[in-house]
Every structure is written in C-alpha cells, then in structure tokens.
Design a protein around this ligand. Sequence first.
Ligand code: SAH
Ligand code: SF4
Ligand code: F3S
Length: 457
Amino acid sequence: MDFHDYINKVRERFQRSDFAPLAYVHSYGCQQNVSDGEKILGMLADMGCGITDDRSSADIIILNTCAVRENAEEKVFGNIGELKRLKEQNPDLIIGVCGCMPQQKHIVERIRRSYKYVDIVFGTFAIADFPKLLSEHLESRKFTEDTEERNSVPTEGMRVIRSCFYKASVPIMYGCNNFCTYCIVPYVRGREHSRLPEDILNEINGLVSDGCKEIMLLGQNVNSYGKNLDEPVSFSELLRRINALDGDFRIRFMTSHPKDVTFELIDTIAQCDKICKHLHLPLQSGSDRILTAMNRHYDLQKYMDTVNYAREKMPQFSLSTDIIVGFPNETYDDFLMTLDTVKKVGYDNIFSFIYSKRKGTKAAEMEDNTSDEDKSKWFRELLEVQRNVAEENYKRFEGRVMTVLFDGESRRSGYISGKSDEFIIVEAKGSTELIGQMKKVKITSTRYWAVEGEIID
Ligand code: SAH
Ligand code: SF4
Ligand code: F3S
C-alpha cells in the first residue's frame, strides 16, 4: 500500500464514523520545513480533515519541528508542554511531532519520557508514511513512531496546501552532503537527492498558470543540484529552463554554498530576466582558520572573488548572508575578520546566530574556551555594525525604481509592504487590494531595515 491507499483508508474511516476532524499544522525552522508542512496539510485535507489556524479547536495537532539550534528545540518542547492542557480537556485529541527533531534518538527518548501524551512521532524521512502512522494510531490508540533513516524521501505526486497564492516554495533537492562541523542538518535530512527537472518544471508551470508571482527554489545547497541524477543537469541549466517558461513571475533560490558558486551561475543570474539580482551567500565566518574548522571548503579569497565578480557583472547586485558568532575557540581577532568582511561586502541583510552546540556533530567535541559573555558581546557588536552598513547601503536605492511584490499591510495605516527583487523590504502608500501584485515603486527615502517609495506602475 502506498500513501494514497492509506489516505483513502483514513478518509473512509472518518466518513464511516461521520467525523470530519479539524487539523492544525505548525512548521518551525527553514522554508524546507514549511514546504514539508504544506504537504502534511495536503495529506490531511485528502483524508477529509478541515484545516484550522486555531490549535485549541483542533482534533489533530502536528508540530513540524526544527533542530538547527538549541533555542529552536527548547521552543518546541515549550509548545509541546502547552498541549498537555488541551489533551486533558479533549482526550481524543491526536498530537503528532515530526520534522527534524525526532530524527535524533535523544529527542524521541525525551518525548517518550516527559511528554507521554504525544501520540505520533515521525522524522523527515517518513513524511509519506504519515497517513499509515495515523491509520495505525486510529486503530490501536497506541504511541506510533517512524524515525528510520532512508535513502530518499518520496514526495512526488503529493498534494500541497499553500497559505499564499502569489508566492510558492519549490524544493529542488533534499538533504545535504556537506557536514559543516557545527550543523545538524546532514544528520536529520540525510544525503543529497535531486528532483527530476521535468517534475520541477511541471510544478512551476502549474503554479504560474494559477497566478503565482514568485517561485523560491529550495535546497540546502542548490549549487550541487542535479549531480546525482541519471542525466546530470547543473543548477545553472535548471535556472535557464525555468527562466524560459512563459508567464509573469520571478525566481529566487536558497541556499547557495560559497564553495560551489561558479562564475557560470553568476552569468546565468545576470542573463536571465526572471531571476532576482540577489544572492543569499552564507559566509559563516571571515576567518580562514574558523572556516577550515567549520569544514566549509572555501576561504575568504574565494568568497570575495565571487562577490567581486557578481558586482562587476551587476553593479546593483544585492547580497545577504548567515553568520555564526562564537564557534568553538573563536578569538576576537577571528571575529574582527568577520566584521571586516561584513563592511567590505556591504550586505543588505545578515542573519546572525550565536553558535549552538549540536549533539552528534564534530564541533560538539571541540574544545571551547571562548566565554558566553564574549560571544554575546561580539554578537551585539555585529548587529550594530550591520545596522550602519545597511543604513549606508540602502541610500543607493534612493531615486531608483524597484520591482516589489506586495505581501502584507505595513504597521502604518494606509501603507502596504513587500519585498523587492533585491530582497529589500519596501513600504508604500496603497490599498490592501494590491497585496499579491508586483508593482514598480520609486524609492523616496531609506532607513536601515527598509526603504519607502511611491507606486508608479
Ligand atoms: N544550508 C544552508 C544553511 C542551513 S541552516 C547553508 O549552508 O548555508 C541556516 C543557518 O543556520 C546556517 O547558515 C548557519 O548560519 C546557522 N546554523 C546552523 N547550525 C548552527 C549552529 N549549530 N549554531 C548556530 N547557527 C547555526
Ligand atoms: Fe548545514 Fe553546511 Fe549543509 Fe548548510 S551546507 S545545511 S550549514 S551542513
Ligand atoms: Fe531546521 Fe531542519 Fe530546516 S533543522 S533549519 S527545519 S532542515
């Protein structure tokens, strides 16, 4: 039996008892996880469930978890703890915990020990087995678990329920082979596995004909897309094929690993009119010593060569990055090299994190004599520097016209906000009817976290 058969089985069971349960799914973490959550919602809807945003009225609650940092995990445990009260009020409530956290043994043990009211636990590899697990649980009413590792994750043909009609994430590959020494992702997501280009193109075609305006291609390292296919296709080639599809939409992608960004990729971005002129290029550290200890496989020179080439080809090119502060035994001198790189590159946005020790990774075994106080101090210093860098950078947009996809109301009444091709937050006076539309905006003023302008077209 495949997942369609189990979906039918559960649906018939609900129909027989004349019960249409309400399901609530919450995804933590990265866009890959959000995308998995959309598939879980799709399966629940196919099983005949209604979908709710209010967990207190739900009959099935699924928490789709993230393991990337300790505070992410603790937040999830806090949220699982809060569900105890709901289970006491409604003993028939079904609680599921899935995603990256249960792909670690010690987490499943903690759930079984301290959160006995959790009914179903499954990892990232078992997403297609969720209907089977639910079916088994409905029959036995016993704790049901599948956290086994597998070689691939079958997801083709799954229905997806998206919360947004004008923006969509499309996974192009799953897993990661890089084993950066601090990172848990390769352990909880397994090895790299690319989707077939025709499946990706078909999905995007469908989305665009449904009116989707922004396609975000997802992978932990999109630059290694296609290497394990029977007929290898490079990421640049995939981008060119997507760019050639008909329709009025723009293309983004995440994440690019600096070790694999080629000049060919930069040329492709420059040549393809639908690709946003922005790259999220995680630096992690500006110190070669730390980059080696992180197993990142590039040095600062290689990183800067990419940045300089991109800026040469596209002078207005926009860059954002991820930075880890306080890797084991990082010194202030190492950190100063990161600060210096942040100033030199001139990022429009950085996502910075204090290093978090992840059980089972290589870095967790490393000696670490850097104090938590120093790490926090440096972290604040980085935020301060980036604030000034962004404030200065954003001035270059004044007087320019940006293409903005509006996605929500701004805090100021009468204003709406959205993201430009460069991944900058743009605010403008306008009606909420424009949400979901792409507009040209002439920038009139800038701040350090957003720019403001007038809609001209
Ligand atoms: N595959 C992507 C990133 C995935 S995780 C890449 O290689 O860029 C997103 C970000 O979380 C990473 O870029 C890193 O900056 C941060 N991160 C990952 N593990 C971390 C850890 N143990 N402590 C702190 N930050 C971490
Ligand atoms: Fe983690 Fe490195 Fe893989 Fe990114 S490339 S997911 S940081 S191991
Ligand atoms: Fe978190 Fe898993 Fe994504 S650990 S960052 S949800 S791949």
